[in-house]
Design a protein around this ligand. Structure first.
Ligand SMILES: [Zn+2]
Length: 258
């Protein structure tokens, strides 16, 4: 790895975790209808306004051992995870995506996706105020930045949301309308085929993690599980490994049927 790319990676990672830290604010406040700019961050339990040193992404959580230094209440592990995931996705985008316009489009899309995963984790909701402007932004960025041509972008959005809407109807609402709206932007960024592959991956992740959590007793049997984090996993896998996975699938599974 060249020295320039190393420096770029560090810069992009630090910027990514700072943005991730803001996404934690979004995830907590947007479902409550609160402003994301004011007031300053405070502990949800004791309401002490947090000092700058308590707001350093990842490090503050680690140094404080995941507890508020004033009242000792637990700070969910979601906080450092959302920060780390945003930073890691931005670095992966720098490494995997070959040109800057497309990198910018992906970086913005990851911000949307992590924010929505956050609101789903805090409140089991995908707020329209994130998913709908996010869809318009993803369609615009995918087309303008050349992630896909306009045809694939629009087809992806329509197929993505359309298939999810069909599942919403068939599942009698187990698949929420929030997920349907979220797939407008996912379809725009991945195109129709990869959007469907991401859904398969998300479902696999949901089944496996759900099974694991229920077996280990961390989740009750009928307790609903936020699905957007699994959607993020599916989209990440397909965004970065969609090509080799599709090749492998065509080579191994379809070839055996010939
Ligand atoms: Zn506190």
């Amino acid at each position: 790895m060249s020295a320039v790319l190393q420096m770029e990676s560090v810069f992009v990672f630090v910027l990514g975790i700072i943005v991730g830290s803001f996404l934690n604010v979004v995830a907590y406040r947007v479902p409550r209808g609160e402003s994301v700019v004011a007031p300053r961050s405070s502990c949800p339990s004791c309401h002490t306004v947090l000092r700058s040193v308590e707001l350093v992404p990842i490090l503050s959580w680690l140094c404080l051992g995941g507890r508020c230094r004033h009242c000792g209440s637990t700070i969910p592990v979601r906080y450092p995870i959302l920060e780390l995931v945003t930073g890691a996705l931005w670095v992966a985008t720098l490494w995997w995506i070959p040109n800057w316009p497309a990198r910018v489009a992906w970086a913005v899309f990851w911000v949307l996706l992590v924010a929505v995963a956050g609101t789903d984790l805090t409140s089991m909701r995908v707020p329209n105020i994130l998913s709908l402007p996010g869809a318009a932004l993803a369609v615009g960025l995918s087309g303008v930045c050349g992630v896909h041509g306009w045809g694939q972008t629009l087809l992806g959005a329509v197929v993505g949301a359309g298939v999810l809407f069909a599942i919403h109807l068939l599942s009698r609402g187990s698949m929420g309308l929030g997920d349907v709206k979220l797939y407008l932007s996912i379809g725009a960024m991945l195109g129709p085929l990869y959007a469907m592959e991401s859904l398969v991956m998300a479902s696999l992740s949901g089944v496996m993690v759900g099974y694991g959590l229920r077996m280990s007793g961390l989740m009750k049997k009928r307790e609903p599980m936020p699905f957007v984090p699994h959607i993020v996993i599916g989209v990440v896998v397909i965004a970065f490994f969609g090509h080799p996975l599709t090749e492998w699938y065509l080579h191994n599974l379809l070839a055996t049927g010939v």
